[in-house]
Design a protein around this ligand. Structure first.
Ligand SMILES: NC(=O)c1ccc[n+]([C@@H]2O[C@H](COP(=O)([O-])OP(=O)(O)OC[C@H]3O[C@@H](n4cnc5c(N)ncnc54)[C@H](OP(=O)(O)O)[C@@H]3O)[C@@H](O)[C@H]2O)c1
Length: 331
């Protein structure tokens, strides 16, 4: 990727949205791997909430460090001071928190960070018991009451039973992190629509949409009045026409709409969708295979702690990227 600030220069110099597109289209594709149309669309959608697209002229001038646009001057790639889980303002004391898919990767790091922020309980939810147990033992010294629930988010009965069991154990639940995710594992060469196995393709929708829907639906029965619901999405949900990702990108985009609906139906909640960066996790969904310079897992984990705190109240119903500096967003 040769781009480094050129994009920002074009955008600032441009007179209109169309002008931005034209300027991008004239560039060497190797230097600007996204088309102008795709980038403009991404910029617009990223900046605004899931609740409607803004007038581009009202958005701050975007900058485009490395590959992606950013609506804050600082484009973060690792945790920074404002995300320190020991900050009193980020304290999760007295909060019971449920995280799905936290037996590995981003979820496991998030559970650990939330424990460092003093959560009163962490409920660890996923399918592979060994992984879940490993997360529990890592958090044990910080949250003695951390509990493992071995269940599939895509199964209605399992989700109902899991959230009932959490409630029986800790009482009302304050934060739900919908992190469990799925991406087809087939090789890129056969991941085009014409070649995809429909069952594998549909599995994305089962986990990324139905699973997060079921976890949230069960959670609603046991939530605290001013609870927080976070949904882990991906930057790919912004793209149109991104080859080989038809099920992953569209299932994550569809789930974003589900969560904007949840926010509208429950104004008392704080619902935030977040693209967590490009993280080189061992899991099947790692985006790092497509992008050159991965972000550190501390960035999404720290961002989750911040989003769970009252500091993020102004982001109700929004869709943000973990790479955007939270202090700048707040100001
Ligand atoms: N890594 C990236 O660059 C990146 C970028 C943007 C967004 N994301 C999103 O971040 C989230 C975490 O991804 P990751 O990179 O940390 O990969 P990961 O380690 O593979 O995490 C995915 C987790 O989801 C769980 N899971 C999958 N299907 C499940 C089901 N049916 N029921 C319950 N749990 C299920 C998996 O555990 P079990 O298989 O044991 O159940 C696993 O722990 C995903 O939603 C992903 O789409 C990742």
């Amino acid at each position: 990727m040769k781009d480094d600030g050129h994009a920002a220069k074009f955008v600032r110099a441009a007179k209109s949205a169309e002008d931005i597109c034209q300027r991008f289209e004239q560039q060497d594709p190797a230097a600007f791997p996204m088309t102008g149309e795709a980038w403009l669309q991404l910029s617009r959608m990223s900046y605004d909430s899931t609740l409607g697209l803004p007038d581009l002229d009202k958005a701050p001038a975007p900058v485009k460090p490395k590959t992606f646009p950013s609506f804050t001057k600082e484009y973060r790639k690792t945790a920074y001071d404002a995300l320190d889980p020991t900050l009193p303002a980020l304290s999760a004391e007295d909060k019971s928190i449920a995280v799905t898919g936290d037996g590995s990767g981003i979820g496991a790091a998030t559970a650990l960070r939330l424990s460092q922020a003093g959560a009163s309980s962490i409920s660890i939810i996923g399918r592979r018991a060994n992984n879940l147990e490993s997360t529990r033992s890592n958090t044990e010294s910080l949250v003695p009451g951390a509990q493992v629930y071995t269940s599939d988010v895509a199964q209605k009965d399992a989700m109902n039973a899991t959230f009932k069991a959490i409630h029986d154990h800790v009482g009302e639940i304050h934060v739900l992190v919908n992190n469990a995710g799925y991406k087809p594992t087939v090789a890129p060469a056969v991941s085009a629509i014409k070649d995809l196995d429909v069952e594998e393709w549909w599995r994305c929708f089962e986990v990324n949409i139905k699973g997060s829907f079921l976890a949230s639906q069960s959670f609603l029965q046991y939530k605290s009045t001013d609870a927080v619901v976070l949904y882990v999405t991906t930057a790919l949900s912004h793209f149109t026409g991104f080859p080989s990702h038809s099920s992953y990108s569209s299932s994550k985009a569809g789930a974003v709409r589900v969560f904007s609906t949840l926010q509208a139906e429950h104004p008392e909640l704080r619902v935030v969708c977040v693209h967590l960066g490009v993280i080189n996790t061992a899991g099947k969904v790692s985006g790092a295979k497509q992008a050159g310079e991965p972000d550190d897992v501390s960035l999404p984990a720290g961002t989750m702690v911040w989003l769970a705190s009252p500091k993020a109240d102004f982001l109700k119903g929004k869709y943000i990227w973990a790479n955007w500096d939270v202090t700048s967003l707040a100001s």
